[in-house]
Design a protein around this ligand. Structure first.
Ligand code: SAM
Ligand code: SF4
Ligand code: SF4
Length: 340
């Protein structure tokens, strides 16, 4: 049997394990904290077909990454289910030796149409984003006046297809903190893990301010008062969500606390944008143009060398260093472009 190469490590000794692939920068929603419609309006120019990485290019890169130790792939966007034939891409990715986990992050609206096909292609898990259970609050957030029903139908379809489902809720003060308890109540006992995400200062257009952040501690306290919880152990090294289980045995929740309790020390992720730029941090200013290298016909060995060097140079730890100064002076890429 062929021997696995030694894992590649960055400047701080962090191993590369996860690849997040954004397959499209467009979305059917205009969430106020991600793609505010004042900026992503009618005239906004999205990537052209030619600019997007082709499926062949994505698959080739994923193979090279797998040879460098990547085991997990997450597909994201924009809204990834707006990329035509996504199931075909997933089927190819699932065949790559060494890749043992493929997941998708989606707003869920297209899942009723797609869930079975995706599961058949080899998808294991979906993270569905739902920021409120109340229709009026949700309509305001998604910027398109969409009620919760299509998303709830998406959750149902994913479960029926046999996909493992987690729900992601970004919490922003004044936007949807009133929904923390209703969301927890709704998903408790349904065998679905709800994960709260602290509102992050990604990109330059979402008007982030620390005063909008509801901390992990606050989220936990609010739920614990009504539905007592206790901390649960990590499922695996580098898990980003802190887990808490309900004392009555009715499941668990997670909190992703990139702002108030960061986890850069165990960050094993690299991100590929839809137009083929690699980012070694969610808060990076610039990407590394791997599409140019692919289209310049580098060999797989040359690509491997480029990627090993890129990861080796990595010193990112933005969340640990976050301050007014670092925030003001940094141009950052948008979440809808890099995919979270
Ligand atoms: N459209 C898909 C979706 O919404 O699931 C995938 C892409 S979206 C950019 C990925 C995740 O990033 C979503 O769960 C979204 O809520 C989250 N997100 C976007 N902007 C964020 C921010 N400023 N802080 C925290 N999470 C954010
Ligand atoms: Fe679209 Fe997801 Fe961003 Fe909302 S969070 S605008 S669904 S990409
Ligand atoms: Fe990883 Fe950057 Fe997030 Fe730190 S801030 S956990 S380095 S993506």
């Amino acid at each position: 049997m062929e021997q696995k190469p030694a894992p590649i490590k960055d400047h701080f000794g962090r191993v590369l394990k996860d690849l997040r692939i954004s397959v499209i920068d467009q979305c059917n929603f205009r969430c106020t904290y991600c793609m505010p419609k004042e900026i992503f309006g009618e005239d906004y120019v999205f990537l052209s077909e030619e600019e997007l990485l082709s499926f062949d290019e994505i698959i080739r890169l994923a193979k090279v990454f797998a040879e460098l130790g990547v085991e997990k792939i997450r597909i994201t966007g924009g809204e990834p289910l707006m990329r035509r034939d996504l199931d075909k891409l997933i089927a190819e990715l699932a065949r790559i030796p060494g890749i043992n986990d493929i997941a998708l992050t989606t707003n869920g609206v297209f899942l009723p149409k797609m869930a079975k096909k995706l599961k058949a292609a080899g998808l294991e898990r979906v993270n569905l984003s739902l920021d409120a259970i109340d229709d009026e609050v949700f309509k305001q957030i998604n910027g398109k006046g969409v009620v919760t029903r299509p998303v709830l139908k998406g959750i149902e379809a994913a479960r029926e297809a046999g996909l493992q489902v987690k729900i992601n809720m970004v919490v922003k003060k004044g936007m949807n903190d009133s929904q923390i308890l209703p969301m927890a109540r709704y998903f408790k006992g349904k065998d679905i893990i709800l994960r709260f995400i602290e509102f992050m200062d990604v990109g330059n257009h979402n008007g982030w301010d620390f005063k909008h952040v509801i901390s992990k501690k606050d989220i936990i306290n609010r739920i614990d008062q009504e539905m007592p919880m206790e901390p649960a152990e990590e499922n695996y090294y580098g898990e980003v969500a802190s887990r808490y289980r309900y004392k009555d045995g009715e499941g668990e929740i997670g909190v992703i606390s990139s702002v108030t309790d960061s986890f850069c020390g165990t960050c094993t992720r690299i991100r590929l944008s839809a137009d083929g730029k690699l980012y070694t941090c969610l808060f990076a200013s610039d990407g590394f143009d791997i599409r140019g290298k692919l289209r310049d016909e580098l060999t797989d060995d040359q690509l491997q060398e480029e990627l090993t060097n890129l990861w080796g140079r990595r010193k990112d730890r933005y969340s640990e260093e976050r301050s007014e100064e670092t925030r003001k002076n940094r141009k950052k890429i948008e979440m809808s472009y890099i995919g979270g």
